[in-house]
Design a protein around this ligand. Sequence first.
Ligand code: AMP
Length: 430
Amino acid sequence: MNESSFSELNIQPEILKAIQEMGFEAPTSIQESCIPLILSGVDLVGQAQTGTGKTAAFGIPAIQKANRGSKAPSVLILCPTRELAIQVTGELIKLAKYTDGIFTVPVYGGQPISRQLTALKKGAQIVVGTPGRVIDHLKRGTLKLGALEMVVLDEADEMLNMGFREDLEEILSFSKGKSQTVMFSATVPKAIQNIMKKWMENPEMVKVEGRAETAAGVDQYFMEVRDSMRTEAVSRVMDMANFKLALIFCNTKRLCDSLVQELQSRGYSSDALHGDMRQQVRDKVMNKFRNGQIDILVATDVAARGLDVDEIDVVFNYDIPNDPEYYVHRIGRTARAGRSGMAITFTSGRKKKQIRFIERMIRTELKPLPMPSTKEVQLSKMDHHIEDLLETLESGGLREYIDQLEPLAEGHFTPIEMAAALLKMRIERS
Ligand code: AMP
C-alpha cells in the first residue's frame, strides 16, 4: 500500500488544491511512480489499465508542463474512443481548475467539426483526441503541432487493436525528436514494442505489480448495479442478511461523506473515517464502531490502514479499488479471527474490466451476486423475526403477557390472529 502523499511528488500547489477538492487522499501506485518520472521529462511506458488512476498519472504532469498562455497546443493526448476522450478531458479540466492559462479541448469524431474549430482557434494548451479526428484537423491546418512538448498515447494497445497504427505513426511523425512521448497500455505486445523502438527514447517502464494474494476465508462477490442504486443495494444486503457490522470502502473522501449522510437518512447509524479527520476524531469513530454504536463505517483506503475489528460481517467496495493490492487489504478486514466473511464489489458497464483485472491479479474469480429484490428482503426479514419469536418462546418468562392476552383470546380473535398482528406491527416498525 502507498505510503507517500501527493505533496511529496513535486506537484504545484494549484493542482494539489484541485486534487484535494476531488477527494483523492493518496496517489495510486501508478501515480506515485509515473508523476515524478514524467515531470523529469523522460519517455515512459506505463503498463496499467483503466481503474488504476492512470489518467491523473499523466494528466497531472501534463497540466504542470503545458505551456501556459501559449496559443498553440503543447500537450496532445490520444485516446482510442470518443468516450475515453471525453472522460479524460473531464478529469483534466477538474485537475486544472485552479491552474490559470490552461485550456483542455477534446476533438473527436461524431461532434460537429465547427465547434472544435472554434475551441481550437481560441487557443488550447492541451488537446485530447481520437487519432482519426486529430488527423482531420492536421490536414485542414486547424491543428498545428509545431509547439508540441508532450504526446500521450492512452490505451495504446486498444488504439492498435482498432486499426489506428498508421494514424498514430503519422501523428507521431509531426513531433518526432521534439517532444516527450508517454504511453499507457494494459498490455505490451510486439506491435507496441515496435512503436516504442521507433518513436521513444530509452523509455522508463512502470508496471502495477500483481503481488496481491487473496485473503483466505472471504466469500468474494461482485454485484452489478447502476451507480445510483449502490446505496439501495447496501441497505437491501444489510437487511436481508441481518448483518450487524459493515465496512464500506470509497475511493474519495468526498464520496465517504456523502454516503454517510445517505445511510443516516435511511436509518443506519453510520460514520466516516478518512484522512481529513483529526486523529482524535478518528479514534472516537473507531471506538464507536468497535462498541457496536455504529453499524456501518465508510472509509478510504488510507484511513482504514491497520483497522482491526474482528466482527465485521461484510466489506463493500462501493468503488472498485484503484489497485488490486488495495482490494486484498480491504476484503481482509472481514473473516478475521477464524470467522467467515463476505466481500461485495459493486460494478457496472465498463467497470467490469477492472473486476477481471483484479481477478487475474489475485487468481480468484469473484462470484456474481444479484441485487436482492424487495420481496426477497421482506421474506428474509420475516424469517429473522420468526427466529426471534422462537427464541423468546424458548426462553420463557411470558406469564404476565399471557395474563394480558388471555381475555382477548376468549373473545372475537383467535390466538394465531393475535400473534400475526404482533408480528405485523414488528415488521412494519423495523
Ligand atoms: P482511471 O484509471 O484514470 O480511469 O481512474 C479511475 C478512477 O479513479 C477515476 O474515477 C479517477 O477519478 C479516480 N482516481 C484517480 N486517482 C485517484 C486517487 N489518487 N485516489 C482516488 N481516486 C482516484
